[in-house]
Design a protein around this ligand. Structure first.
Ligand code: ADP
Length: 398
């Protein structure tokens, strides 16, 4: 069975065609600058990426360009679209009602519409992407998979904010959590690597990339996670603040007269390690600058690491212990020094890293020191595979 995974943004559409027999990615790519001019970046398995300018006034043309390339004589990987069994759509926000992967129906679309106020930047684009893909591929099932779903097991004490309760009941203001497919994938892999049922394990999953979140997964269920009502909360990130005293906001509003949009931009796009360093939101750039002696680049990196350490400590406390700490995503998979320093600061828990085993990037591996009570694992994330697996299950059940 072959599944097409789609991740639609406001001006982009990412795709992967996965052969579910062996998990092989047959082709992947990105349509970008939708509504501006249009460009397709397309990589067939084992081939160089090609980049072509194709007019894409809407997501419809982007979806059409994608399917044209998937079946094309020169670049294609399937002989006809009939070989593709289903389409899985990544959706950032499912709110409180959409808590597991679902077949796209009119009711599901209506519910997605209702969730738009909670994810105004993402969900409208996802809906446009679903409609465009359904038009181009009307005869196969379309499935939606939510970033928020895995976190819906959190108890009230973890997901409520200490605002008057009516803000929860009236506006659904609460912690939702994001990167759920990634936390789910890496925690499941961790259990497999440890050879134990996930139901018996306490796992802390650290998804550290441009956007970062950490989750406490107890018995296979999330009991707490660092992102919140939006993906702004938790760790300081590439350009997002992470947690801070909320009273800073009215203070800035009074000082600088910012409106809500400007404030959102400040917190999401100008802050984090970019805001502190004044150099870059990219952790590699910061490492280069810090090595050259740029003080604020080093401070930004230190703040990030310190926050990772504190969240792990908090979640170990929340679960009364931890069996494994998992690192994933761009920074988690690749930053050897960060893993070593963070785990070094958790010796009191019984975590210890083997510097030789840890000297790898992007490889699935147990990097714990021999005999360490708490295991340290690197698990490259694979959100597309999770989406494809969920989609396949639903397609097969029809
Ligand atoms: P996104 O949240 O955009 O999916 P990624 O998971 O791709 O982000 O992570 C991007 C971050 O990972 C960047 O800040 C980048 O510097 C960092 N990164 C990628 N490769 C390396 C590496 N080899 N060493 C250190 N950091 C890396």
């Amino acid at each position: 069975m072959k599944i097409l995974v789609i991740n639609a943004g406001s001006s982009s559409l990412k795709f992967q065609l996965i052969n579910m027999d062996d998990g092989d990615v047959l082709a992947k790519g990105l349509c970008e600058r939708i509504g501006i001019d249009g460009r397709l970046k397309y990589t067939k398995k084992g081939c160089e990426q090609i980049v072509v300018d194709i007019p894409m006034p809407t997501h419809g043309e982007a979806c059409r360009a994608t399917t044209d390339y998937l079946v094309s004589a020169e670049h294609g990987v399937v002989s006809s679209m009939d070989e593709i069994s289903a389409v899985g759509h990544r959706i950032v926000h499912g709110g409180e009602k959409l808590t597991k992967a679902l077949l796209v129906t009119d009711e599901v679309k209506a519910e997605l519409e209702k969730v738009i106020p909670l994810a105004p930047l993402h969900n409208p684009a996802h809906l446009i992407g679903i409609n465009a893909c359904q038009e181009v591929m009307p005869n196969i099932p379309h499935v939606v998979v939510f970033d928020t779903a895995f976190h819906q097991t959190m108890p009230e004490k973890a997901y409520l904010y200490a605002l008057p309760y009516k803000y929860y009941t009236d506006y659904a203001i609460r912690r939702y959590g994001f990167h759920g497919t990634s936390h789910r994938y890496v925690s499941a892999r961790a259990a497999e690597m440890l050879g134990k049922p996930i139901e018996e394990l306490k796992i802390i999953t650290c998804h550290l990339g441009n956007g970062s979140s950490i989750s406490a997964v107890q018995g296979g269920k999330v009991i707490d996670t660092s992102m919140g009502f939006t993906p702004l909360a938790g760790l300081p990130m590439g350009s997002r603040t992470g947690d801070m005293d909320p009273a800073v906001l009215p203070f800035i509003i009074e000082k600088e007269g910012l409106n809500a949009t400007e404030l959102n931009d400040l917190m999401n796009k100008q802050s984090g390690v970019l805001g502190i360093s004044g150099v870059s939101s990219d952790f590699r750039d910061l490492e280069v600058e810090a090595k050259k002696g740029h003080h604020l680049s080093q401070v930004a990196l230190d703040m990030f690491e310190y926050s990772v350490l504190k969240f792990i400590g908090a979640y170990a406390a929340a679960m009364n212990g931890v069996d494994a700490i998992v690192f994933t995503a761009g920074v988690g998979e690749n930053n050897i020094g960060l893993r070593e320093r963070v785990i070094g600061g958790l010796s009191y828990l019984g975590a210890a890293i083997d510097p030789v085993k840890n000297d790898v990037r992007g490889v699935e591996r147990d990097v714990s020191a021999d005999g360490a009570k708490v295991r340290t694992l690197i698990v490259p994330t694979n959100e597309e595979l999770v989406i494809a697996q969920d989609t396949m299950k639903i397609a097969q059940s029809l």
